[in-house]
Design a protein around this ligand. Structure first.
Ligand SMILES: Cc1cc2nc3c(=O)[nH]c(=O)nc-3n(C[C@H](O)[C@H](O)[C@H](O)COP(=O)(O)OP(=O)(O)OC[C@H]3O[C@@H](n4cnc5c(N)ncnc54)[C@H](O)[C@@H]3O)c2cc1C
Length: 368
C-alpha cells in the first residue's frame, strides 16, 4: 500500500545519551532540525527523541538547544543501549506518531541503530550526510556547483521529493544528493561536528511527550555484561579549538615531533592526513577526513597536506584554515584562508619563535 505522505509530520532528532549525558552531535542535529523545519512549514516541529532510563533531566537541555518537543521513552530495560531494545521502542513510536524526517548522529550507536529502524520501517536511510536541504531552489543551485543529479528520478518541482541528503560517494570523488521519494519517514545519519548547534537559549521550555514503551526482557537478545571504557580518549579532535595536522609532506614519522611541539605551543591537538596514518607515522585516531574524524575547529593548520577531496571532507568547515605547503599549486590553498608557500620545516619553527616573542611581549605589557 502506498504511503500517504500527508500523515507524516515533524522532524525527529535521535538525542543520543550515554550514562545520562547528551552527546554533542544530538545538540548539533537539533540545531540543524530547526533550520530544516523553517524550510518545510511554520508548524513543523523539531522533536528530540530521548530513550533511556532516569533521563528526565536531559529534556531541558534539548529545549535550550532548540527542540520544540521532547519525546521521552523510558524503561529500566532501556537504561543501557541495546540494538534490539532501542530499535523496537523507536520503531513503535514512529509507527504511532509518524515523523516526516528522523536524523541520527553517525556515532557508533547511531550507525548501528538507524539502519535497523529504517529496515523495520521499510524506508530509506542515507548514511554520513554532510548536508541536508529542503528548499528546491537551494538544492538546484547547490547541485550545479557541487553534486551530480540524476534527473531521471527527480522532479525538482515536486514538493513531495522532500529532503535532499548530500554525502560523499565513490571514494569521496563525487558528492551525491539522495532523495527518498516513495517512503516515509526519511532518515539520515550525520557525522559529529558537521552541523552547528544554535546558541543556547537559557530557560527555554517545550512540551514533553512521555511514551510508555512496550518492551520485555525477551525482546532483547543481547545481555550487557560489563561496560569497559578506554582509559582515556586517544585524541579529542571533535572538540578541539585548534588542530595542527601533518601529512605526507612531513617526510617521516619524526616530523610529528615538530607538529606536536607546534600544537603544544598554540594550545591545539595533533591531526593528520590518511597518507601519514597509512605510512604508520601516527595512529588512526588522529586522522581527519572522510574515513577519519570530521572536525570544525576555530583554526586548522594543514602542514604538508595536499588537500585531497577526502581530507577536505573532514575539515573544510573549520573557521580558519592555514595551509603550509611548498607547492604553490596544492589544492589545499583553494580552501585556505591563509596560505604559506614554503618548507614546513622552516615555516613552523618560525611560527613557534614568533609565538614565543608574542608571549614575551604580552608578559612584558602585563608586567607594566
Ligand atoms: C575512500 C578513500 C577515503 C579516504 N579518506 C581519507 C581521509 O579520511 N583523510 C585523508 O587525509 N585522506 C583520505 N584519503 C586519501 C586521500 O585521497 C589522499 O591520498 C591523502 O589525503 C593524501 O595525504 P597528504 O595530503 O598527506 O599526502 P600528499 O597528497 O602526498 O601531499 C603531500 C603534500 O605535502 C607537500 N610537501 C612535501 N614536502 C613538504 C615540505 N617539506 N613542506 C611543505 N609541504 C610539503 C607536497 O607539496 C604535497 O602537497 C582517502 C582516500 C580514499 C580513496
Amino acid at each position: 500500500m502506498a504511503t500517504n505522505f500527508a500523515d507524516y509530520k515533524n522532524i525527529w532528532v535521535y538525542a543520543e545519551q550515554r550514562q545520562g549525558k547528551l552527546m554533542n552531535v544530538a545538540l548539533e542535529l537539533i540545531g540543524e532540525g530547526r533550520r530544516l523545519s523553517r524550510d518545510i512549514s511554520e508548524d513543523t516541529k523539531v522533536c528530540a527523541l530521548l530513550v533511556g532510563n532516569e533521563i528526565d533531566h536531559l529534556a531541558q537541555e534539548c529545549f535550550e538547544y532548540g527542540a520544540d518537543e521532547v519525546i521521552m521513552i523510558q524503561d529500566e530495560l532501556l537504561a543501557n543501549y541495546t540494538t534490539d531494545g532501542y530499535a523496537k521502542v523507536i520503531y513503535d513510536a514512529i509507527v504511532e506518531m509518524k515523523p516526516e524526517i528522523v536524523i541520527y548522529g553517525a556515532t557508533h550507536i547511531g550507525r548501528d541503530l538507524a539502519p535497523r529502524v529504517a529496515a523495520r520501517c521499510n524506508t530509506g536511510l542515507t548514511a554520513d550526510c554532510t548536508r541536508l536541504d529542503i528548499k528546491v531552489s537551494n538544492y538546484i543551485e547547490y547541485n550545479k556547483a557541487n553534486t551530480t543529479l540524476n534527473t531521471d528520478t527527480l522532479d525538482p518541482n515536486d514538493p513531495d521529493t522532500g529532503i535532499k541528503q548530500t554525502r560523499p560517494a565513490f571514494g569521496g570523488n563525487l558528492m551525491a544528493t539522495i532523495i527518498c521519494p516513495r517512503t516515509r519517514p526519511q532518515m539520515s545519519t550525520v557525522r559529529p561536528g558537521v552541523m552547528q548547534k544554535i546558541e543556547r537559549m537559557e530557560g527555554a521550555t517545550g512540551e514533553i511527550i512521555n511514551v510508555k514503551p512496550e518492551i520485555s526482557a525477551s525482546d532483547i537478545r543481547t545481555k550487557l555484561v560489563e561496560i569497559v571504557k578506554h582509559a582515556k580518549e586517544l585524541v579529542s579532535l571533535t572538540d578541539a579549538e585548534i588542530i595542527c595536522s601533518g601529512g605526507r609532506g612531513l617526510g617521516d614519522a619524526s616530523g610529528f615531533e615538530l607538529i606536536k611541539e607546534f600544537a603544544d605551543k598554540v594550545g591545539g591537538v595533533v591531526g593528520s592526513s590518511r597518507a601519514a596514518v597509512d605510512a604508520g607515522w601516527i595512529d588512526h585516531s588522529h586522522q581527519v577526513g572522510q574515513t577519519g574524524t570530521t572536525v570544525k575547529p576555530k583554526i586548522y593548520f594543514a602542514c604538508g597536506i595536499s588537500g585531497a577531496i577526502q581530507h577536505l571532507a573532514g575539515m573544510q568547515t573549520s573557521d580558519i584554515i592555514v595551509a603550509i605547503n611548498k607547492d604553490p599549486d596544492a589544492p589545499i590553498f583553494e580552501v585556505a584562508d591563509f596560505g604559506i608557500v614554503g618548507d614546513l620545516y622552516k615555516v613552523i619553527p618560525e611560527i613557534i619563535k614568533e609565538w614565543d616573542n608574542a608571549e614575551e611581549l604580552h608578559d612584558h605589557a602585563m608586567a607594566k
